[in-house]
Design a protein around this ligand. Structure first.
Ligand SMILES: [Zn+2]
Length: 312
């Protein structure tokens, strides 16, 4: 190609590129509500009445992971599930219940009452359109109680049925053969590995490194039993651990860690391969549960579902 023609072609491409937002790199994902049109939602409603609601958080995740880690983890896993079994994914809210991370800048926390109301009202809208089965995918341990409450409200107060997806999928997960020898939870090797697989461009491994924990003496003594999954030690440890500074328990993340990483491991050990195994095992187990539920409770015709909707 002559140089003049090549220059004209490049100039033309530059003009075309300049006409759209240079920051936009989004790709439309099938069945992801914010990116769908209403005719697509209407069409999906003829094939399914199932919705995954990711329950998420906006909270510090150490120096190497983004504040939105729990959102991205739950939303990306939900999207992967929805490519394998035809269901809607409806992200509703970024923040969740994170008061014990508040000493680290960027964390946003809400009351349980606010969070449950937002999700319940969102579920009511989806029920009005004909969705009838809700799968709550909780990406943040601090949301556990509120997740159960939302599920119970949907089951007790509406024509829809709701379940906790992690509980429902658990019997379908492969038995873990690796034995843990070190404590590794919030923003640790497991979660960083998940990030490296699910949202790799947002993980900064140059900031990963060693971590240590400062624990009240009696919790420090429980640690070997917690690592060995002793049920009593785990129950007591988690009831007391990760609580806001104002409770005086000395177990907020800032009081227990300098980095915000609740782990004794070096986060440099995280790998995308481990994250992939974790994510694929969960996605496969969730799909198996959902396919069985679809068989166990056949889809009612859409006209019937919409006619039965209780309008407020
Ligand atoms: Zn997290």
């Amino acid at each position: 190609m002559p140089a003049r023609k090549l220059f004209a072609l490049l100039a033309c491409t530059a003009v075309l590129t300049a006409q759209t937002n240079p920051l936009w790199h989004g790709q439309k994902t099938k069945n992801y509500l914010p990116e769908m049109t209403w005719p697509e939602v209407q069409d999906l409603l003829t094939r399914t009445d199932m919705v995954i609601l990711p329950l998420t958080a906006l909270e510090q995740h150490g120096p190497q992971l983004p504040i939105g880690t729990d959102f991205f983890t739950a939303a990306e896993e939900a999207k992967l599930i929805a490519q394998r079994t035809d269901v809607l994914v409806a992200p509703i809210l970024f923040p969740g219940i994170s008061p014990y991370h508040m000493e680290f800048p960027g964390t946003i926390t809400m009351s349980s009452d606010t969070v449950q109301r937002v999700y319940f009202e969102a579920a009511q809208s989806l029920i009005a359109h004909g969705f009838r089965r809700f799968l709550l995918l909780n990406g943040h341990v601090g949301n556990t109680s509120v997740s159960r409450y939302i599920i119970d409200r949907i089951n007790q107060e509406t024509p829809a049925v709701a379940v906790e997806l992690a509980d429902a999928a658990a019997p379908y997960l492969p038995k873990s053969s690796t034995r843990e020898t070190q404590f590794d939870r919030h923003a640790g090797v497991g979660e960083t590995s998940g990030g490296l697989y699910l949202f790799p461009t947002l993980v900064d491994m140059s900031k990963a490194g060693p971590n240590s924990l400062e624990l009240p003496e009696h919790l420090r003594k429980m640690m070997p039993d917690v690592i060995a999954h002793d049920p009593t030690a785990t129950t007591v440890f988690l009831a007391e651990g990760l609580k806001p500074k104002a409770t005086g328990k000395h177990t907020s993340t800032r009081e227990m860690t300098s980095t915000g990483v609740w782990s004794e491991r070096n986060t440099n050990e995280a790998t995308a391969a481990q994250g992939r195994t974790q994510a694929e095992n969960f996605v496969t187990a969730a799909v198996q549960f959902m396919e069985r539920w679809k068989l166990a409770r056949p889809l009612q015709p859409l006209a019937e579902r919409q006619a039965r909707t209780v309008q407020k």
